[in-house]
Design a protein around this ligand. Structure first.
Ligand code: NDP
Length: 607
């Protein structure tokens, strides 16, 4: 393998043995590989369905809807809100159907203590300029983001026709009437000329398939349905005062656990954090947003400029100016500097890859050194070190997480890749020892690699009875990730096969929202009853996607398993199609803007 001339070094200039780091990464990955991949997790059905109960909003009865609407949108998270907003601006009414009790999507459900956005508020929170909201912190906490979702809903009148606590059960194209029939678990059977789906990539909580999980006699819940009645405290950060005499197990150490642990650590009598793979926890650097500073940057069009700057910087397409300056852009900036400093003879693909790897090794060594600097117990510190490239798993950022392990009642149970062995009536078994606890909190994440229709909870029947589940059995096939041949007047709002920008998902959604509003407006203005991508345009887009050089570190089989790489199992064609525009996210947004504003909507048929 190629190594750039300089090789990775520590901040004090001492060299890092890159080969040894590579070997360690592969050893750690191998410990975690398992044959069952995504099948290791449990779906929350049958006797586990209780884990899905909404603890936040009581369900109210209403009469079923049997009317007709212009646009129905499935999902009331950011996707539905930003699309609804753009449709409202275009004078098109929309009915949002949402399984939660209010708008917010992930921010409706995830109210665990410490929840906050990991991407800077100024670019993460959509429609700031339009609604006039100034975020209070560089990384806003969850209650502020949920409130912002409600603000968007009110600002654009999206509450007027919204259906909450309503789950779609079936979507069917009625060719004769050129409209969709939407059926739900509330007995609704209404029709919509246009239909859009933004059901989110991470909204179906999952449990680890640990033997004995249903035998536990104490209390338990999933982090996305936080039980404040049991823990005390609230989502705004009030102390979890009912845990003072409780022994609590937290299973999982992903982005959710990293934010929740500091709150639990101070509150429980004993906290046991069961870890299979450590997260990489970089510096957070949160702080209030100074209104005076904000006024100085907030000239018209500021949010779009910031969005574009972040996307370009984070994906390596920037010009060196970094407005957001955070952990996401830091790695990209380092890689860029490394590549630019290569001598001419090393400016080859292999030379550039080696330079980027060097920057990554340096970054991860710093993240590991931070663990040693903060965590007093050397064994605990060793267990908390992440041995993989930074984008192998979702990077985390926190300034109190590591320190929480210095508290006497907080214990890391590092299972060295093996995970929890068993759950008994009294507690959790790991590394051959039973830990008796009163409560188990599952920070075990959400379904990701499963079929779109499984996650959505319904199938979609298009023209001539075609099923979306069958059409996508070997992977997604779309134009722009949005349009599917055979499914007229349907728009899918999600990042894959578009920009596929994972560091700031709302940027994908706001651009989709603009596009869908423009298409629907055009159809209504021209009297078109149907809009559909041609088979040729869809095929051409799929062929373009197949020229993608690969997602680099993200999704690589060299990475320790997780949802970024399908739990380490080769997903074949599906993985090849699970990509974005080959030229990158920034180029995609430029392309889409031109496609949309030309008014031709090349590849779509209006009839
Ligand atoms: P994750 O899927 O990231 O984490 C699940 C955790 O459960 C992992 O640590 C996993 O270990 C562990 N686990 C699974 N099975 C077992 C087992 N048998 N024994 C022990 N541990 C087990 O879920 P999260 O809810 O933390 O995060 C999901 C995603 O949601 C994030 O990646 C991020 O995209 C998003 N998120 C965003 C936030 C933000 O922006 N502020 C905050 C929180 C989440 P292993 O790693 O070994 O699989």
């Amino acid at each position: 393998m190629t190594t750039s001339t300089r090789g990775p070094v520590r901040p004090d200039g001492t060299p890092i043995d890159k080969e040894a780091v590579r070997r360690k990464y592969l050893e750690e990955r191998d410990k975690r590989l398992r044959a069952d991949g995504n099948d290791q997790y449990l779906r929350l059905t049958g006797e586990l369905a209780g884990y899905l109960t909404d603890p936040y909003t009581p369900r109210t009865e209403r009469a079923p809807k049997t009317d007709h609407v212009t646009v129905a949108f499935i999902g009331g998270g950011f996707a539905g809100l930003v699309t609804g907003a753009r449709l409202a601006e275009a004078g098109v009414p929309v009915r949002i159907v949402e399984k939660g009790g209010d708008f917010g999507g992930t921010w409706y459900w995830n109210r665990y203590p410490g929840a906050q956005c990991d991407t800077a508020s100024l670019i993460y929170m959509p429609l700031l300029e339009e609604t006039g909201h100034v975020p209070t912190e560089k990384y806003a906490h969850a209650p502020e983001i949920l409130e912002h979702c409600q603000r968007i809903g009110k600002h654009y009148g999206l509450y007027d026709d919204a259906l909450f606590h309503t789950e779609v059960t079936d979507l069917e194209w009625d060719a004769a009437a050129a409209r969709w029939i939407v059926r739900t678990d509330r007995g609704d059977a209404f029709t919509a000329q246009f239909l859009a789906m933004g059901t989110g990539p991470l909204h179906v909580p999952k449990l680890p398939g640990i033997p004995g999980i249903t035998t536990f006699g104490g209390h338990s819940f999933h982090t996305s349905r936080w039980d404040y009645a049991y823990t005390g405290g609230d989502a705004s950060g009030a102390p979890l005062d009912r845990l003072a005499d409780k022994r609590v197990a937290l299973i999982g150490t992903g982005a959710t656990a990293v934010q929740a642990v500091p709150h639990l650590a101070g509150a429980c009598a004993e906290l046991y954090v069961f870890q299979r793979t450590p997260s990489s926890v970089d510096v957070r650097g949160n702080g209030p947003i100074d209104p005076e500073w904000f006024a100085s940057i907030a000239t018209p069009g500021w949010q779009r400029r910031w969005l574009e700057n972040f996307t370009a910087t984070q994906t390596g397409a920037g010009d060196g100016e970094d407005l957001v300056m955070d952990g996401w852009t830091d790695l990209a900036r380092r890689m860029r500097e490394r590549v630019l400093s290569l001598p001419p003879e090393e400016q080859t693909l292999a030379g550039m890859q080696a330079a980027m790897e060097d920057a990554d090794v340096e970054k991860m060594e710093e993240i590991r050194a931070r663990v040693d600097a903060v965590v007093a117990d050397p064994e605990t510190a060793e267990g908390l070190k992440a041995w993989y490239r930074q984008l192998c798993k979702r990077p985390c950022f926190h300034d109190e997480y590591l320190d929480a392990y210095n508290r006497p009642g907080t214990h890391l149970v590092h299972t060295d890749g093996k995970g929890v062995e068993r759950i008994t009536e009294d507690g959790v078994v790991a590394n051959g020892r039973e830990y008796e606890v009163d409560c188990i909190i599952y920070a075990s994440g959400f379904e990701v690699g499963t079929d779109y229709t499984q996650r959505a909870g319904y199938d979609v029947t298009g023209r001539d009875g075609a099923r979306l589940s069958e059409r996508w059995a070997d992977g997604m096939r779309t134009l722009h990730g949005t349009h599917v041949h055979g499914f007229p007047n349907l728009f899918v709002v999600q990042p894959t096969q578009g920009a596929n920008l994972i560091s700031n998902v709302p940027h994908n959604l706001t651009e989709s929202g603009r596009t869908i509003a423009a298409i629907v407006r055009h159809a209504l203005d021209t009297g078109a009853r149907e809009v559909e991508v041609t088979a040729e345009a869809e095929q051409a887009w799929v062929e373009l996607l197949l020229t993608h050089p690969g997602r680099g570190v993200i999704g690589s089989p060299d990475c320790t398993p997780g949802y970024y790489n399908n739990e380490g199992r080769d997903a074949g064609l599906r993985a090849k199609l699970n990509v974005g525009y080959p030229a990158g996210a920034a180029a995609y947004f430029t392309y889409l803007e031109g496609w949309r504003s030309s008014g031709d909507f090349e590849g779509l048929m209006f009839r």
